[in-house]
Write a protein that binds this ligand. Structure first.
Ligand code: AGP
Length: 610
């Protein structure tokens, strides 16, 4: 999941590429680079290991050395390493041996080793360990003098995924691009043409853009003209996408980190997500209901997603079964793709994804469709690939989420899934009074969330001071609290690098209890009223082995240990509230440990490789 930006037009390309990379850096940030057509017709390449700031320093140094970085066309890239360490040599753009082709790439070329062997046998000397460099040399080997024809010949030789930006040495004002699975957008405006791996880099220029579909190629001219082609090289007419909301790159709004700002935004995000769905004490999903037609024909709901989105799916599964009575399950998208999960036209597949570009989730969507399922996706980024390919879309309205660790988008997913479960219940004739009571509580969730965030930060920070130096932590819960435990463990480990595990509270004694030693931190989520007594019993078992116990509950001080008390709420909304102090706990732990809260090592915001 790298970030790609290309520009050709009337303005200086270098600052545009650097600003574009700034907007894309959250996609991957272990090395960066750019290639510029300079005024003298040359193709200058600058690359640096590390964050974008290193590339900016490199540009400054070259300018101070008198380099001429004027030019109106070029490509930029910010990398999340897949093949080869994050070094300058492995940074994109990559160049063919004679310099005819310069390439930036997002994706994985699965047969790169075979192609590399063939190219080396033909005398090509590689300068990097990347799969991407293979593409540059292959293009040069197949070069016909017409880059589009050369791409048409070369692309079928590649197995795997790609979003490609390509410069051809003899065409200084022209960009080429091609897409298979990894997202790629193209746009034209008065200032020129752009290509990018997501809308954030294009929005400062225009909200009208074109999404390339698998197999498509495009030729973008500095005069603003864009030509699209299919895999056979035939001209295509494409409809533009209008990105309705101006999701400009956020600023931190006075907070030290984007993550802390996004945690604080959650009450507004919940309200924005729920507002279009609530009417007259009921839930209506508008055009998202296309997938719910003939509700009697839905015999199963299958939630698919990765990471936090999977935890939202586990929560959604419980909500759907409790509110609608429809059997439901949640599977990891990456696992679903190789499983023999029974899916047919009676299955409603719900794909959950903040970015709408996660490769595993996109492929799981395609597989569910192939198997005949109706598809509804719960998405935060408008115009994303999963949204474009789903039968219907239920948008979370969390706004641009920059921090790699999701918070506001996750909470908005839970709220959207509450609404979906309630709507399915209503369509299936479930008890109207019970549903109205739930919907009334759901409508009050934003204010409750505001209260929880205000009332729990001090305790979460105090707990973080106790946890900041531990190496392991365990989160326990049952039912909805178990889903919250999973999300809490992921939040803590992905940004503070403390090893954290979530356990079904009843499972601890079946093995993992042997790891609990005096002082081992155990966080017990005790919020679902029906199961609090059992979870407290499991917490006592850990306590008896010397655990340092932290209890999150909406009961009054059930244990003498550290207790964080939440306001009472509808039992089916406990997951939406309990996760909030856990986000704060993870945030403060990471901050106290001096970690890069917004850009944790080795991660990226949108995982567009499988
Ligand atoms: C969440 O904090 C993680 N950054 C990660 O697990 C994320 O939820 C996962 O990669 C799925 O991303 P998506 O929602 O954009 O599909």
């Amino acid at each position: 999941m790298c970030g790609i930006i290309g520009y050709a037009g009337t303005e200086e390309a270098c600052p545009i590429l650097l600003d574009g990379l700034e907007r894309l850096e959250y996609r991957g940030y272990d090395s960066t680079g750019l290639a510029l057509f300079t005024k003298d017709g040359g193709l200058l390449r600058l690359r640096a290991a590390g964050r974008l700031s290193a590339l900016r320093r490199c540009v400054t140094q070259r300018l101070e050395q008198g380099a001429d970085l004027h030019g109106n066309a070029g490509l930029g890239h910010t990398r999340w390493a897949t093949h080869g360490a994050p070094t300058k040599e492995n940074a994109h753009p990559h160049r063919s041996q004679e310099g005819k082709y310069t390439v930036v790439h997002n994706g994985i070329i699965e047969n790169y080793a075979k192609l590399r062997g063939e190219l080396e046998a033909a005398g090509i000397r590689f300068a990097s360990q990347t799969d991407t460099e293979v593409i540059a040399h292959l293009l040069e080997q197949l070069d016909t003098g017409n880059p589009l024809e050369t791409l048409r010949r070369a692309l079928p030789r590649l197995e795997g995924s790609y979003a490609l930006g390509v410069l051809y040495h003899a065409q200084p004002g022209t960009l080429y691009c091609a897409r298979r699975q990894s997202p790629l957008l193209a746009a034209s405006c008065v200032r020129g043409v752009l290509l990018a791996s997501d809308a954030a880099a294009i929005l400062p220029f225009t909200r009208t853009m074109f999404r390339l579909e698998d197999g498509e190629m495009a030729q973008l001219h500095a005069n603003g003209a864009i030509f699209f082609f299919d895999a056979q090289g035939r001209a295509l007419q494409k409809a533009a996408t209008e990105i309705a909301r101006h999701t400009t790159a956020a600023d931190k709004g006075g907070y030290v980190h984007f993550m802390r700002k996004e945690i604080a935004e959650q009450p507004e995000c919940l309200a924005r997500t729920l507002a279009p769905l609530l009417s007259g004490g009921e839930i209506h999903l508008g055009e998202s209901e296309a997938a719910l037609e003939n509700p009697g024909g839905i015999r199963r709901v299958l939630f698919l997603g990765c990471g936090s989105a999977h935890h939202a799916g586990i929560t959604g599964r419980m909500l759907v079964e409790e509110l609608s009575g429809i059997p439901a399950s949640a599977e990891l998208a990456s696992e679903f793709r190789s499983a023999a999960t029974a899916v047919d036209r009676h299955t409603l597949a719900v794909i959950i994804s903040q970015s709408g570009e996660t490769a595993d989730s996109l492929q799981a969507l395609r597989l569910a469709k192939e198997k005949g399922a109706r598809t509804l996706s719960v998405i935060n980024v408008e115009g994303s690939s999963i949204a474009a390919e789903s039968g219907s879309v239920l948008y979370t309205r969390a706004g641009l989420e920059v921090a790699v660790a999701t918070t506001k988008a996750y909470s908005a997913q839970l709220a959207a899934l509450c609404a979906l479960a309630a709507r399915l219940g209503a369509l299936r004739g479930q008890d109207p009074a019970r549903l109205r009571d739930f919907v009334r509580s759901l409508a009050a969730l934003p204010e409750l969330a505001r209260e929880v965030l205000a009332d729990t930060e001090a305790t979460a920070h105090a707990w973080a001071q106790e946890l900041q130096s531990v190496q392991h932590a365990y989160f326990l819960g049952r039912n909805l609290d178990y889903a919250t435990a999973m999300e809490s463990a992921l939040k803590l480990k992905e940004i503070s690098y403390i090893h954290a595990e979530a356990y079904a509270a009843g499972e601890l004694k079946h093995g993992t209890l042997s790891l609990i030693e005096p002082g081992t931190p155990v966080v017990a989520l005790c919020c679902r009223p029906e199961v609090i007594p059992k979870t407290l019993g499991n917490a006592q078992e850990a306590l008896a082995r010397g655990a340092k116990l932290f209890c999150v509950t909406n009961r009054q001080n059930p244990l003498p240990e550290r207790c964080l008390t939440l306001p009472p709420c509808h039992p089916l909304l406990v997951a939406s509230l309990a996760v909030l102090p856990m986000q704060l706990l993870a945030y403060h732990c990471a901050d106290l440990r001096g970690c890069d809260v917004d850009k944790p090592r080795s991660l990226a915001k949108s995982v567009t490789v499988e």
